[in-house]
Design a binder for this molecule. Structure first.
Ligand code: ATP
Length: 268
């Protein structure tokens, strides 16, 4: 497994996530609370989530972010793994990687495994010759998912390609909870832009509502984050230019806010 296979509690919180309220409620109920209140669930006779969540939808709309926020909220470790990283041309290696992954998750439980690009494991896509490897890998994965010893290990899968996911993945006990994570609507774009803006020095005159609703149609969350980055670059560039043209050449850092003009330039 690569560096990404190591587990830590992520620093992303629900505060960093804009929109996606329905997803938050569902994941709080079915992942966060069972980890946080494991004792209560056990008393009521429920030991673990019997089935995994599969988040699907266009890229850059918050699937990874949400999975991290879930782990943070639950105080759980987080392992981020991408489907293609598990594909290995040597017979048995991919299965071993899956076993190692789940073992690592168990030793650092409670743990959330975030399985990105899970479609790579289903064998319908992929390079020629992959199908042999993928068959064994899929079986190993399903064994681990079903395994009796999965206490406090929660699996959240993600894909941009629900159409290529093997039906075997979607049965009860596997990834039976399918949740669509769509492109944000205007209202959600405002919420996302505001959550991205929280940690930035935005000038009070900036109308984030107007930016998100009027100028960012069809933007994903990642596009909005990118817009913010660009606006910062424009603002810093302006500072550099004004310091170069000032008499003493000093940079005046008394007013370092991101203004509407910076957003407008970033948009253009
Ligand atoms: P992919 O399918 O390509 O893996 P994804 O759906 O997992 O994409 P993320 O990695 O969660 O997308 O989002 C990329 C970046 O876009 C985030 O790090 C964040 O900066 C921003 N972003 C996306 N969605 C949201 C959101 N709902 N709220 C706040 N920021 C968001």
């Amino acid at each position: 497994l690569t560096r990404e296979g190591f587990s830590t509690v992520p620093d992303v919180t629900w505060d960093d996530v804009g929109g996606l309220d329905h997803l938050r409620t569902e994941l709080d109920d079915y992942v966060v609370n069972p980890i946080k209140y494991a004792d209560a669930f056990e008393k009521f006779g429920k030991k673990l989530l019997e089935t995994g969540f599969l988040l699907y939808g266009p890229p850059g709309c918050g699937k990874t972010l949400v999975a991290k926020a879930v782990a943070n909220e639950a105080g759980a470790n987080f392992i981020h793994i991408k489907g293609p990283e598990l594909l290995n041309k040597y017979v048995g290696e991919s299965e071993r990687a899956i076993r190692t992954l789940f073992q690592r998750a168990r030793t650092s439980s409670p743990c959330v495994i975030f399985f990105d690009e899970v479609d790579a494991l289903t064998g319908r896509r992929g390079r020629e010759g992959d199908h042999l490897v993928v068959g064994g890998l899929l079986n190993q994965f399903l064994t681990e998912l079903h395994g009796g010893d999965r206490r406090d290990v929660y699996v959240i899968g993600a894909t941009n390609r629900l159409d290529v996911i093997d039906g075997a993945f979607l049965r009860p006990g596997r990834f039976a909870n399918l949740v669509y994570v769509p492109l944000p609507n205007a209202y959600e774009r405002v919420s996302i832009l505001k959550s991205i803006a929280k940690k930035r020095p935005i000038d009070p005159s900036v109308d984030l509502d107007a930016i998100a609703t009027k100028y960012c149609e069809d933007f994903s969350g990642a596009d909005l984050a990118n817009l913010m980055d660009k606006a910062i670059h424009v603002a810093v560039k302006e500072k550099i230019q004004s310091s170069k043209s000032s008499e003493d050449g000093d940079m005046n850092l008394s007013d370092c806010t991101i203004k509407m003009t910076h957003f407008k330039q970033a948009l253009s």
